[in-house]
Design a protein around this ligand. Structure first.
Ligand code: MTE
Ligand code: MO
Length: 485
């Protein structure tokens, strides 16, 4: 049914972490502990231990760097990983995790081992929605799937069922009748039912959402990165309908004057039902031209469960993760959100020469918000004596695409592609991608086909992918190249 199913690329992560835990002696690894002893090691003062099968591991120095968040791994402190790994299948799907990550942290074995201790299994993914089997699945639990490449260029607006899916957790099952969105503008909380939201002034926005890890797969060929090795289609476009975040915040008594004058109002934080937490700068949230939406419709229909039913935040021009699905709570704050997606390593774009994020002070690194200029070649089809080359271009921050350059000789000479759907957008508020096309004579092609785009700020894409490389594999926007033969 699925074209391919890879495991999450966590083995790279294992190798990085391996360095923490070198040189444990054999004797140390065969020490005996009881479940009772293990259970006492559930906080950083005494050390954080966990078990898997009959093995005991000291994960104290690992918890802060856990890609799924510290809170999640702490669930297993002093206990077994099994119940947790039954929820987050990427671990058991990946044998390298045990060999490369856990083994170096092993401190002993369980004396009173009981293989049935964590037997009662409940798979929280059984209730995930049924998905279109044309999607390119990297993982099923949680679902990570790209839009099918063969249909991307057929639809400037991506049909809901062909949208890429990127979930960190099981898809929540939400009863919209009992659903309320909470806004905390300290010290007051305000609540909005779906009906209330729908009674407010509605706005429609067409925007492209791209995952921060789109094109990570290419970077992995140069050196392993932490994360799913995505190809070029973790990107899709829809028309969203909802209420502007600005309208909601002003209804909750946040004023432009507050934002200008008070130094304790800097970020708007978001919390989702599945536990995801992120934030955006208050300037984007309150900008009347920023078009940030609390959306309840996607392409004219209720938002599908995979994409955030019943309420999703839409932050046009920003990285995928800021578009919070299953939105539950909004907080006006002086600080960015806590947690891996904002302050942690997940969305920190580090320099290409930083091989280990332990070497940097992550607090000093800005989390990805607006994305850089991007373009990709999606199709190259023979039509009689010429080749028809088609693709998309998009830039963060609403910067429109002013040009796409295509080379058919490995970058020696260049041609200007024709800009198609999307090219009519306002260059300062171009939230959606621009499609482009170029026909070339077949006999002129003598090397790789390459594309690079330029946006309205005259930003263009970097040539070399080794300089775009970073430990987390974010923002890869190097020249996109394909072989043609
Ligand atoms: N609540 C919540 N919001 C989320 C996510 C998530 O797992 N939970 N994934 C984020 C990421 S990383 C991306 S790239 C986009 C994916 O949106 P899609 O699945 O609708 O394509 O949603 C973002 N919003
Ligand atoms: Mo993402």
């Amino acid at each position: 049914m699925y074209k391919y199913i890879n495991i999450i690329g966590s083995s790279s992560f294992c190798i990085l972490l391996n360095k923490f835990y070198k040189n444990r002696s054999y004797n140390e690894k065969s020490k005996m502990y009881t479940y009772e002893e293990v259970s006492k090691h559930n906080n950083i003062d005494v050390g954080i231990w966990t078990t898997y099968k009959n093995n005991v591991y000291d994960i104290s120095s690992f918890v802060n760097n856990h890609p799924g968040g510290k809170d999640k791994i702490m669930l297993s402190a002093g206990k077994g990983l099994e119940p947790y790994w039954n929820t987050y299948k990427q671990h058991t799907n990946n044998p390298d995790i045990i060999k490369e990550l856990l083994d170096p942290m092993k401190i002993g074995v369980i004396k009173d081992y009981d293989k049935d201790k964590y037997k009662e299994i409940k798979d929280p993914y059984v209730n995930d929605p049924i998905r279109n089997s044309d999607l390119n699945f990297h993982s099923i639990s949680p679902c990570i799937a790209e839009a099918p490449k063969s249909s991307v260029m057929n639809n400037w607006i991506t049909p809901n069922e062909l949208w890429y899916v990127r979930n960190y957790h099981p898809v929540p099952d939400i009863d919209s009748n009992n659903y309320e969105l909470e806004i905390l503008n300290y010290p007051n909380s305000y609540f909005f039912s779906i009906d209330k939201l729908k009674s407010m002034k509605a706005k429609k926005i067409v925007t492209t959402i791209q995952c921060g890890g789109n094109r990570r797969g290419e970077l992995n060929k140069l050196g392993k990165t932490i994360g799913t090795p995505l190809d070029i289609c973790a990107i899709s476009t829809a028309e969203w309908e909802g209420v502007t975040l600005r309208d909601i915040l002003t209804t909750c008594n946040l004023t432009d004057e507050d934002v200008n004058k008070r130094d304790d109002i800097n970020h708007i934080q978001f919390e989702a039902i599945d536990g995801l937490m992120t934030s955006i700068p208050v300037e984007k949230a309150m900008n009347i031209y920023g078009d940030v939406l609390i959306a309840y419709k996607m392409n004219g229909k209720d938002i599908p469960r995979d994409h955030g039913y019943p309420i999703r935040l839409i932050v046009p021009g920003h990285v995928g993760v800021r578009n919070v699905k299953w939105l539950k709570k909004i907080i006006v704050s002086s600080e960015e959100s806590e947690g891996t997606w904002q302050r942690g390593v997940s969305y920190k774009g580090l320099a290409h020469y930083v091989k280990d994020f332990k070497d940097v002070d992550l607090r000093k690194v800005a989390s990805v918000q607006e994305m850089p200029i991007q373009s990709c070649i999606v199709e190259a089809n023979k039509k009689e004596k010429h080749l028809n080359i088609r693709g998309f271009a998009w830039s963060g921050g609403g910067r429109g695409i002013i040009r796409v350059d295509v080379s058919i000789d490995g970058g020696k000479t260049w041609n200007s592609a024709t800009l198609k759907e999307g090219s009519e957008q306002n260059l300062n508020r171009a939230w959606a991608w621009t499609f482009w096309e170029l026909n070339v004579d077949l006999d002129r092609i003598n090397d790789k086909i390459i594309c690079k785009a330029t946006d309205s700020s005259y930003n263009t894409q970097p040539e070399r992918s080794d300089l775009a490389w970073n430990v987390r594999g974010l923002n890869n926007n190097s020249w996109h190249k394909i072989d043609y033969n």
